[in-house]
Write a protein that binds this ligand. Structure first.
Ligand code: HSE
Length: 306
């Protein structure tokens, strides 16, 4: 049989104030090729190239395969033997949704192989169950900029238009930060003043994007709930934020739980990237830079020519 090919996007979560409830897909993709060998046991052989090569598991414990198993179980189907080839371009543990992409890619592939029993919202619910937070997976499964709100097991998700030509400058440090570690530094309680600060900014961010007022993003990407605490595990943040703003970024924030710092821009991408890189260099942060567009597309099967 022909391999099933699925692309799954990188994603950024929070966008500053929208802790655990905003996610946006980025035009940077992992590719997954799935074949069903003619014979074999219901298990997986996984080949990984690119990001995570020699590091991510090559067997049943691989997250892509676990997501596929999850869907087969939900569908009440016996999983077939599988051969997975993962060509990864999304850096790991940098706040760019590598695990959300693995889950979304695995679910889309398994849904196709099962005859498509689940709709995209059902795939999202499965993805959120596997991942634990819905923000990255909402964007990875459905694409675009998404508000996602959980009410018990029910997820409400709303697509938000992004003004044309907005670009994302990503400063991707060599240093990794696990989401688990980055959540451990957060306080259990916040003040009403800080909650109000963030609520207003999430509203402003959504309204600014949807009504094409990118100038709101300067204020609308500020946050008091998580970034000030995470600064303790990644002190250069502050200087790199200031460099991005001074260079003309619309707004700047920690991508998800970090370590990537993301600036949104309308023009001046190279200046913003250069100044962020300089600030990183001064603070001793080794990093690479990427400039990517938001994408309206989520994880999808490769369209084959007719
Ligand atoms: N919103 C999460 C956090 C990261 O900031 O911890 C992505 O799920």
């Amino acid at each position: 049989m022909n391999p099933v090919t699925v692309y799954a996007p990188a994603t950024t979560a929070n966008l500053g104030p929208g802790f655990d409830c905003l996610g946006m897909a980025l035009d940077l993709w992992n590719r997954l090729d799935v074949t069903i060998p003619a014979s074999g046991q219901a298990s997986a052989v996984v080949e990984v190239s690119g990001e995570g090569e020699g590091e991510l598991p090559a067997d049943d414990t691989n997250l892509v395969y676990r997501a596929m198993r999850f869907l087969f179980d939900e569908a009440g189907l016996d999983p077939p033997p599988l051969h997975l080839r993962c060509e990864n371009r999304i850096p790991l543990s940098r706040g760019l949704g590598s695990s959300a992409a693995a889950i979304a890619g695995g679910l889309v592939a398994a849904n196709h192989l099962s005859g498509g029993p689940f709709n995209p919202n059902e795939l999202l619910e499965m993805a959120a169950t596997i991942e634990g937070h819905p923000d990255n997976v909402a964007a990875a499964v459905l694409g675009g900029l998404r508000l996602v709100v959980g009410d018990g097991p029910q997820l409400y998700t709303v697509p938000i238009d992004v003004p044309e030509d907005i670009q994302a400058v990503l400063l991707v440090p060599d240093v990794r930060i696990s989401t688990e570690d980055a959540r451990r530094v957060l306080p259990d309680r916040v003040t009403v003043a800080d909650a109000v600060y963030n609520m207003g900014r999430v509203g402003l961010l959504v309204a600014g994007m949807a009504t094409n007022h990118p100038e709101y993003l300067s204020v609308a990407t500020e946050d008091r709930l998580h970034q000030p605490h995470r600064q303790a595990i990644f002190p250069p943040m502050k200087l790199i934020f200031r460099a991005a703003r001074d260079a003309g970024a619309l707004g700047v924030f920690l991508s998800g739980s970090g370590s990537t710092i993301m600036a949104l821009t309308l023009g001046r991408e190279m200046t913003v990237a250069y100044e962020m890189f300089e600030a990183a260099r001064i603070t001793g942060v080794e990093c690479k830079l990427l400039v990517v567009s938001p994408t309206p597309k989520g994880a999808h099967l490769e369209a084959r020519p007719e």
